[in-house]
Write a protein that binds this ligand. Structure first.
Ligand code: NDP
Ligand code: X2W
Length: 358
């Protein structure tokens, strides 16, 4: 059915009819914001749990006036009216929902439910047995730049976590080219508070977050095994990382400061050259010139990852600084990038906006 919006008339036509599960959350809202500009997509259904029954304009006033469907419960959806699903639900709730979808529907899952390929490892880090083990076997890990073929063929894609995206994009090419040692990698990461979702939690209150800076999940954050899983595949041997996330009093943005040991005879300039060559044809990953260190404001509201490399004073040491917007390349932007690949569209369609600066 056609509807009128700020962007004009939207009609079914040959557009991909998209449903967003969890549209009352931060990544769901970011999906809506970005998909409103996507020429091949019609936003056909939006779900919520506690906010179900409300219009989007009430839950997110900035998204009012676009003729969006009201928020409904997942159980109210009519699946045959949809071609593609973005699942932006909390991890743990997602696996059964996706396992219950009609078998023809393609899905990008933004949660952590299908990222770890080994269900035993999932159970260790997420505290319960995986509830869709058979489906897990056919899911592709959606770090697009490293798994285009897998994503293209997959029905279900597990979108990587924000910290893994920010860490893996700089590390994978360097490990694959044997330019850094697989041992002793330290990832010191920081996230804006939107990374924790919109749900009300004491730890995310203004009074708890503002005018301060804290580490969390120290020594046991669940993104560690996800990062190690992908590094192990690249290195062809086990890789153990030291990973510490921090919460920074800003809304969006993520930085990983990564300390590596270079292989014999390799310099920081070599690392930069390797990354620049690997990403020369990639629209969303850039390497800053020598002497320029990227900041979160250089990628804000964009699907870009920027990487800087600096020589360290320690023997064979180098420091890599990687930045993304946690809600975009770390979640909704990368999810749309994966949808574009899965649906045979141009990979940058609808997500090629330059960063918002300042
Ligand atoms: N925020 C980020 O930067 C990133 C998040 N992710 C992952 O993406 C997913 C969504 O994150 P985010 O948007 O931040 O989370 P939010 O907490 O902001 O939103 C969660 C959404 O899921 C809905 N929901 C909650 N419980 C249920 C349930 N039992 N059944 C159905 N729907 C439910 C909520 O509805 P309602 O509010 O109406 O109850 C809401 O729409 C999570 O798995 C998260 O880990 C991944 C990368 C980055
Ligand atoms: C600031 C903050 O709390 N961040 C979240 C990561 C969000 C995310 O991307 O992770 P998942 O998709 O794996 O849930 C955390 O540390 O758990």
């Amino acid at each position: 059915m056609a509807s009128t919006s700020i962007l004009g008339s939207t009609s079914g036509g040959s557009k991909i009819r998209v449903g967003i599960l969890g549209a009352s959350g931060y990544t769901g809202a970011e999906l809506v914001r970005m998909l409103l500009r996507h020429p091949n997509v019609e936003i056909s259904a939006l779900t919520a749990e506690r906010q179900a029954g409300k219009p989007m304009a009430e839950v997110f006033p900035h998204l009012g006036g676009y003729g969006l469907p009201d928020l409904v419960k997942i159980e109210q959806l009519k699946w045959d009216g949809l071609d593609f699903i973005f699942c932006a639900l909390p991890h743990g709730t997602t696996q059964e929902v996706i396992a219950g979808l009609p078998s023809g529907l393609k899905v990008v899952d933004l949660s952590a439910d299908f990222r770890l390929s080994d269900p035993a490892e999932y159970a260790i880090w997420y505290g319960h047995e995986h509830r869709a083990v058979d489906l897990q076997k056919e899911v592709a890990y959606g770090l697009t730049e490293f798994n285009r073929q897998g994503v293209r063929k997959a029905r279900v894609v597990a979108n990587p976590g924000c910290y893994p995206t920010c860490s893996l994009l700089p590390l994978l090419p360097l490990l694959m080219e044997n330019q850094i040692e697989p041992g002793g990698i330290i990832i010191d990461a920081k996230s804006g508070v939107s990374g924790a979702g919109r749900d009300a939690k004491q730890a995310n209150l203004f009074t708890e977050v503002s005018e301060g800076f804290n580490a969390y999940g120290v020594g046991h954050h669940r993104h560690m095994p996800e990062i190690e899983q992908e590094l192990r595949l690249a290195a062809g041997r086990p890789v153990t990382v030291s990973f510490t996330p921090h919460l920074v009093p800003m809304n969006r943005g993520m930085m990983a400061t990564i300390y590596v040991r270079m292989a014999d005879g390799v310099t920081a300039d070599d690392l930069r050259a390797t990354l620049a060559a690997r990403y020369a044809d990639e629209p969303f990953v850039g390497v800053t010139p020598a002497g320029v260190v990227p900041a979160t404001r250089h990628v804000r509201a964009s699907n870009h990852n920027l990487i800087g490399v600096v020589a360290d004073r320690t023997p064979r040491g180098a420091i890599i600084v990687s930045v993304i917007d946690n809600l975009v390349k770390g979640a909704s932007g990368q999810a749309i990038q994966n949808m574009n690949v899965m649906m045979g569209l141009g990979e940058t369609t609808g997500i090629d906006q330059a960063p918002l600066f300042p």
